[in-house]
Design a protein around this ligand. Sequence first.
Ligand code: AMP
Ligand code: ZN
Length: 486
Amino acid sequence: MGLKIYNSLSRQLEEFSPLTEGHVSMYSCGPTVYDYIHIGNARTALVTDIIRRYLTYKGYVVKLVQNLTDIDDKIIARAQTLGTSPIQLAQANGEAYFEDTQRLGIQPADVHPKATEHIPEMINLIQTLIDKGAAYIVDGSVYYRVNSFNEYGKLSRRKPEDLLAGARVEVDERKEDPRDFDMWKAAKPDEPYWDSPWGRGRPGWHIECSCMAMKHLGETIDIHAGGEDLLFPHHENEIAQSELATGKPFARYWVHVAFLKIDGARMGKSEKNFIFLRDALDKYPAEVIRHFLISAHYRHPLDYSLESLQKSESALKRLRNCLEALKKYEQETPEITDEHNSTSQDAAETDTHLLSAIKTMQAQFTDAMDTDFNTAQAMGSIFSLVSQVNRSLGTSNGISDQIFAQAYKVLSETCQVLGIYTMNAQDVAGTAEILNPLLELLLEIRQNARDQKDWDTSDKIRDQLKQLNIEIQDTHEGSTWKFLSL
Ligand code: AMP
Ligand code: ZN
């Protein structure tokens, strides 16, 4: 059986077949960098990371593009509140995004395009749509004419009357139709702007993704991912813009990640019920958060709770203990046949059991991941092999070392796909348990040295930590530390 992906466009599980054999182009809507990311945002970023890891594991060459929306109403408003510039705010939060996701073991995309670095391309795309009669200019703003695209609503399956009745579109006298949306916003006083044929202004959010996806991946991309809140209007509008401009399908498989919830409600900035990923990472080991976030299939909502994190923590301990016990067999050549050289009848039977458990696990893991990336079931298959291995280790009387080596190989490879058991023991113990107190101690020693004007010691601590990618910042309230970005 090959890989099947649930496509939000057809609302069906579809056989996956990329446009170019052996290659996958994938675009994932990234953060709007007006603040740190919360663990809900992290769920979507992590699902993208795992899809990419699994496709790579299956032998595809994957190109992943994930944008940063670095100019937007929210960024401008937050910068005004903080008394900083939108560009500086976006720059700082962009760096924080890479820091936080790196700590969670999310591999960087191949390209992380920024909206502000693609203004000329966006202007060209908007001009193409104006030339095709799909857009109109009012007072220096440019609107997309929804009526010009007769497939509008095909992703969200909203009919024009639903769109009109239920749409969260603000009344704007300048629009021909309330469903129309802006692709270019005329500049308001004190806002960043770029010159364009229609006057000074800045791009709308939807055109950013259409433009950056097509620039870096071509007019038709294989997989487009994002959180479920983006399905309408963001992705519907991306389709309308891109397909009308090129006359080609924009994305072939649409993947939408269900919400991370807290106390039954969506975790979100506007709901004010969020937990920043970096705060969670200061309290819990990265692997624990990662395990928790993939403990449900991505299309099912997942509830955040302390009990769930504790469950993940004890599950990971079990996994790590098992792998540590198997590690010593790593050097053995793994045995994949049913033939082995056990010394006793008992051992031979246990061998056969373990060998068949390994094979079953491999089949179940692939089956789970091939069925729309079901990480919950994939994890289940890993843990059932862990139980089996623990039993065999306990009763080991001459089980062939090669079979343990095989179990180690299979377990560590599949864990790698999920991005667990990829970090070393210190990382797993987490910043809360080891790194935080250790750094607090170093900061205290450094402070004592500074009090005694022992600048050599204080500089040595700062410089050597910098080499470890940790920066000390001295403020009036004392010294703090942070990871440097990638
Ligand atoms: P934003 O910065 O709000 O544009 O969100 C960045 C990404 O996180 C988008 O793909 C959102 O759909 C996704 N997202 C936001 N909130 C949640 C949540 N509670 N659970 C899962 N994904 C989310
Ligand atoms: Zn987007």
